[in-house]
Design a protein around this ligand. Structure first.
Ligand code: FES
Length: 325
């Protein structure tokens, strides 16, 4: 299978990481012990050279920081918005940024959460807690002034980051359902910042209309309500028509904030109308992220006889990604 991969940590402050140190670097063939360099370097960052400069060791990796909770808002029984003070909020504004958070001292309670937005001026980041399991339930009694552990930022919360980042002055469409809207908010911000227009199609899903309230600039967003899934579990005719019309109208990027089940069907619908893959796609990263470092293997998918991708770190061609779903 031809799957384009790119490490989202490449050339960041934590690169080279422990994968390079252990001969498993995603980017650098030389670090993997091969005889030749396959690098398509565009940022003048040689992982192997950096590793040598650092004495053959990984750069310092993310560690958990104790951060103060500055604000808590209860939406209902399962949703909380929290704002946390972090050392350098500017680091968290990169597209696809997510962090691991926990209240409990036990690192097994780490939960990956997308950064909703960062406020550089007051050094905080905003997160939405969806309390549905043992880990997230521990946030229920959280209040202003409490401390929580934060590890990150990591940057693979969105697949297709480069397609979003490079779209300028164009048109994009966003199709989201329920909770999938939350990690997609960062994408809207990025697209607006680059002077794109974004048509948003939202199926409220289980959380209902309150998902819109999670967006800081909600008064600026125009949402088209749509049902995405019918009673047979297929895409509705409405959303298929919307996809076909958007493509006819010259849309250049689709962002999909959907479950894997719907994501596969939505990409198929796009492909039917655009068989040559002219249109870029991005989506939320639904993989089962555990360590976030490419070490534990919880997020891996086999894509060939001897090739495995780590969805916590790697960026994929989404038309190919659909075949893994
Ligand atoms: S989450 Fe551990 S390897 Fe990806």
């Amino acid at each position: 299978m031809d799957v384009y991969t790119k490490c989202s940590n490449y050339a960041t402050d934590t690169c080279p990481c422990v994968l390079a140190e252990n001969g498993k670097c995603i980017e650098c063939s030389m670090c993997r012990g091969e005889d030749y360099c396959t690098c398509s370097d565009t940022v003048s960052f040689c992982v192997q050279q950096e590793l040598i400069n650092n004495g053959g060791r990984a750069r310092q990796q993310h560690h958990s920081m104790r951060c103060e909770v500055r604000y808590v808002k209860e939406y209902d029984d399962v949703f909380r918005f929290i704002r946390i003070a972090v050392p350098d909020a500017d680091d968290f504004k990169k597209l696809g940024a997510y962090v691991f958070v926990r209240v409990n001292e036990n690192p097994f309670f780490d939960v990956p959460m997308s950064v909703l937005y960062e406020e550089y001026s007051n050094g905080t980041i905003g997160l939405i807690m969806h309390m549905v399991g043992i880990k997230t339930e521990s946030f229920r009694s959280l209040k202003k002034g409490d401390c929580i552990y934060v590890r990150g930022p990591y940057y693979n919360g969105i697949q297709g980051r480069s397609a979003v980042a490079h779209l300028r002055g164009r048109r994009a469409a966003m199709i989201c359902r329920g909770i999938g809207f939350i990690p997609s908010l960062h994408v809207i911000g990025e697209l607006w910042q680059n002077h794109n227009t974004v048509d948003v199609y939202l199926d409220w899903g289980r959380p209902g209309k309150q998902v819109l309230g999670f967006f800081k600039n909600q008064q600026e967003i125009h949402v088209n309500e749509v049902r995405i899934i019918d009673q047979n579990g297929d895409l509705t005719e409405d959303i298929k028509r919307i996809i076909a019309k958007a493509i006819d109208d010259g849309i250049e990027l689709f962002h999909l904030g959907l479950s894997d089940y719907l994501l596969k069907r939505a990409i198929e619908a796009i492909e039917q109308n655009d068989p040559h893959h002219r249109i870029a796609i991005s989506c939320i990263n639904n993989s089962h992220i555990c360590c976030g470092e490419g070490i534990c293997g919880a997020c891996t998918k086999d894509i060939g006889a001897d090739q495995t991708v780590h969805l916590c770190k790697e960026q994929l061609n989404l038309y190919e990604y659909k075949r893994l779903l």
